[in-house]
Write a protein that binds this ligand. Structure first.
Ligand SMILES: [Zn+2]
Length: 73
């Protein structure tokens, strides 16, 4: 597909995504996305996002836990 912002070509890649669900933040690795080769914008199919939701809502393996800093500008 072409990027909505810059018109550049996107390519399929596996990326790491910050994903919010029910007020909790998750880092999900190995997520399929279309990534713009020009500006780096990432596009996720709704089907992939629904898949993440259902994985997180069911019993799943936790690879690692991170402590996250919240800051303000
Ligand atoms: Zn772009």
């Amino acid at each position: 597909m072409n990027c909505e912002f810059c018109g550049g070509k996107t390519e399929k890649k596996k990326v790491k995504r910050q994903h919010w669900l029910h007020g909790k933040l998750y880092i999900v690795e190995n997520v399929e996305a279309e990534v713009c080769s020009e500006c780096g914008e990432r596009y996720f199919h709704a089907k992939i996002l629904d898949g993440i939701d259902s994985l997180l809502e069911s019993t799943h393996k936790i690879k690692e836990r991170l402590e996250v800093e919240v800051v303000s500008l």
